[in-house]
Design a protein around this ligand. Structure first.
Ligand SMILES: Cc1ncc(C[n+]2csc(CCOP(=O)(O)OP(=O)(O)O)c2C)c(N)n1
Length: 346
């Protein structure tokens, strides 16, 4: 098997893992084992897996709150992801972040950010650091179509262009920001044109097509490594589920959903590989079985893991419990104790 072929099969398996993991997460959310918000990425898998397939492991990635797939694509274990959803200490953010705040420094996945558009300047900062240190890493910044009208987004693009930073802004255009159609929120015929205002080269890719995403990203990354510059990619995609678990998505038609379901990114890559003789039905079934098992096992792992102890509540915050107005007698710990036990994130 050629390395490229093996990679594609591996990437298909990763897309399947993301799909099965999130189906399981959805079930656990409905069973009230997971609290807070939970945004599923189902349908969009080819965007992040295609993009990650074009990166080196030491490149940086950062995203918004629809972040489970970004961590899994990058190599965070399903156990650490599910435990984070359950708020357990073994989670990738030690149970303190939850669904919207996955983080994995080892795999250079810098969040998981809940405020729309707020991570785009952080991404620009990551890219600035790489350039400042003369590293040839590229930062991939993912965000939704809802982020492109935020002020912070514009400031970040301007700075990235001025400093010629090694960053790719990847807009995952799934046509809706919560229930608002992009046509109602954005004064552009196509999102990619936002980049032109900052003299940043822009491309459109079919975000349901793994190969197209990977090949376009590989081309851009090669160009950035040769000579640092920012780039913008509009990946046209679709989420099959509602915005979050509580959204029935009644703002779109069944026909529209069906049209995109027929273009499922997993089915598409499977068909391409099968047609080319690189994948058998038996192999696909085995990958699917494995993905389901990993997802089920991750639930068991999360259930059996402990919650973070109360004294960890104020770790990784700027203000300790007492300063924040919380009685130290109530939790049995003084601010000094809390400060003394505060560690830097791993
Ligand atoms: C600054 C800010 N305003 C409002 C919200 C509430 N909110 C959460 S998600 C969302 C829509 C974002 O849509 P989009 O960027 O297209 O991402 P998608 O959900 O499609 O992945 C909004 C308005 C927020 N989190 N942050």
């Amino acid at each position: 098997m050629q390395p490229e072929q093996r990679d594609e099969v591996e990437m298909l398996a990763r897309m399947l893992l993301i799909r099965r993991f999130e189906e399981r997460a959805s079930q656990q959310y409905q069973a009230q084992k997971i609290g807070g918000f939970c945004h599923l990425y189902i349908g969009q898998e080819a965007v992040v897996v295609g993009a990650v397939a074009a990166t080196r492991p030491d490149d940086y990635i950062i995203t918004a709150y629809r972040d489970h797939a970004h961590a899994l694509a990058r190599g965070t274990s399903a156990n650490a992801c599910m435990a984070e959803l359950f708020g357990k200490e073994t989670g990738c953010s030690r149970g303190l972040g939850g669904s919207m705040h996955f983080f994995d420094r080892k795999n250079h996945m810098y969040g998981g950010h809940a405020i729309v558009g707020a991570h785009v300047p952080l991404a620009t900062g990551l890219a600035f650091a790489c350039k400042y240190r003369n590293e040839d890493r590229v930062t991939l910044c993912f965000f939704g179509d809802g982020a492109i009208n935020q002020g912070a987004f514009h400031e970040a693009l301007n700075v990235a262009a001025l400093y010629k930073l090694p960053i790719i802004f990847i807009c995952e255009n799934n046509l809706f920001a919560m229930g608002t159609s992009v046509k109602r929120s954005t004064s552009l015929k196509q999102i990619v044109d936002r980049a032109e205002g900052y003299d940043i080269p822009g491309e459109i890719v079919d975000g349901m097509n793994f190969r197209e995403v990977r090949d376009k990203l590989a081309e851009i990354i090669a160009s950035i490594r040769k000579e640092s510059h920012p780039a913008f990619v509009e990946a046209r995609t679709y989420r099959y589920r509602g915005h979050s678990m509580s959204d029935p998505a009644s703002y779109r038609t069944k026909e529209e959903l069906e049209k995109y379901r027929l273009d499922d990114p997993i089915t598409r890559l499977r068909a391409q590989l099968t047609r080319e003789g690189k994948l058998t039905n038996e192999q696909f079934d085995q990958f699917d079985k494995n993905a389901k098992k990993v997802a089920i096992d991750s639930v068991k792992f999360a259930e059996e893991s402990a919650y973070p102890p109360l004294e960890k509540l104020y770790d990784y915050t700027y203000v300790s419990g007492v300063e924040a107005g919380v009685s130290s007698a109530k939790n049995g710990h003084s601010a000094a104790d809390t400060a003394a036990t505060t560690e830097k994130p791993a």
